[in-house]
Design a protein around this ligand. Sequence first.
Ligand code: G6P
Length: 608
Amino acid sequence: MCGIVGYVGSRIAGPLLLEGLKRLEYRGYDSAGVAIMNGKGVETRKAAGKISMLETIMVGNPVAGTLGIAHTRWATHGAPTTTNAHPHVDCKGNIAVVHNGIIENSTALRHWLEDNGHTFVSETDTEVLAHLIEASFDGNLEEAVIEALHMVHGTYGIAVVSSLDPQKIVAARMGSPLIIGLGENEFYVASDVSAIVEHTRQVVYLDDGDLAVLDRTGYRVIDLEAQEMTRTVSQVDWDLGQIERGGFPHFMLKEIFEQPATVENTMRGRLLPADSTAKLSGLNLSDDELLSFDNIIITACGTSWHSALIGEHMLEEMTRIPVEVEYASEFRYRNPIVTPRTLCIVISQSGETADTLAAMREAKRRGARTVGLVNVVGSTIARESDGGVYLHAGPEIGVASTKAFTSQVVALALLTLRMGRLRAVSAVRGAEIIQALMALPAQVQEILDQAEQIEHLAEQYKDNSNFLYLGRGFNFPAALEGALKLKEISYIHAEGYPAAEMKHGPIALIDSAMPVVFIAPHDSVFEKVVSNVQEVKARGGRVIAITSRDEPQLAGLVAHEIRIPQTIDMLTPVLAAVPLQLLAYYIAVKRGCNVDQPRNLAKSVTVE
Ligand code: G6P
């Protein structure tokens, strides 16, 4: 959510910053801007709308200079106008700031600054920072930034430049991710690796409370008391190809089609067929510890919350430990029952979702052991959890999560297998699970091979304005996920429900204009689902069924059928997710929607 990139070196900064912003556009895309040191002072360019608007302005009116900062915005305080776009400057235009996060005491600070003669031009909380730094400035930028940051409450990832101390970029982090990229006599600051991976794979992940000072000759990290800090340099293990569309019209489609490989990558080296179990070395939990938990809490947001629901079902069935799934945003503000014998599983693609991170910290504070199921290596949740399982799905750029979801379910299956084998799962059952896991990549490919047929189906349904998604057991969360995918990217109203629960409300909506997508593979609740299909059919609803074999009982009840391969019950959501993703994708494209950057959404929600 919001993206920052900054550069200092010997190359012209403008094009590098624009390129970086384009790579970050998935994080926020309502306005953008740059501030570049032009040799005399700070020069800014800003535009409302996509990065391409800013690019047009910069092509027409370029800024020379080899040091600059840039920002792509997802509005929180103030509408997405050019004035509210970052960078924000102080009264004299000597100091420019880009900021991710929220300054919670900005109203009070603004009044105080106005009373002291400062003039504000935007409605943003960020502008307060520029004026605070101006008020604190006494010849050294990092000292002024430190003084200003001591006055603010809230979250920030910032980058600051000033014509009064013109050779450096000062960056600081509290709750909003920030990294330093190390090049040859050039240095970068960015809110995530994708902005700079084209130029360097050597990065330093800043921690909360860190402040970095970058110039052409190097960088140093200090804390908010100006004490020197040592931070290790990490190597990014993916490359530019993984964040490019590679011939696909959208990142989302590319990511859907990557799933045979990503599902495999999540399992790679982790299955132990000889012992019918899984090896998860990052967990940092011994067998004794794994046996010691009394309860499990899984917390997450959005799509990750849907995989959490699937995990609950798997873990309870196979470990017999009570599991609770909590929206991270709810968990953090109630008084949950957590003990040192609680295992808290935290699921997040980005590893940066503010509510999920806060929930994890709360669980830790109360003594739980935390395990992160995270995709982004080096992200805050990955670093702060006691142990974890990386998804290894590679960068996910499409705002609507696809490959991360299927990898999350696979990672949960691995964890369930590991814990289950210590408790209630026999070697024979464990071997069945392993076999089913190993079959998944080819099975996902079989579904992808039907993409054309699903696209054809999308053509018939693209003009509907409501959809219902129904499933039971493991596929109730799959129904929620199918509905979420459709509403996120096509703006069609869609609801997911447990199939039988439909009778208690949504059934009132059913008529011939209401398509109902049933996730009905041949699992242990199939017969029950058939009765629900009949209920819909009896009211004139049009049924699209996701099935896994010829089912005579569905004959005459179903308008369209999408076939997925047969697997064990707990893995059906992995296979069901794929046609649901494709259906949502094709409907959205046919409605003319921007699937990679749906309106109002953001990929990594780093504010509450
Ligand atoms: C946002 C994204 C969703 C994602 C959710 C949780 O809402 O648009 O696609 O599922 O955040 O993100 P996380 O990175 O924590 O999985």
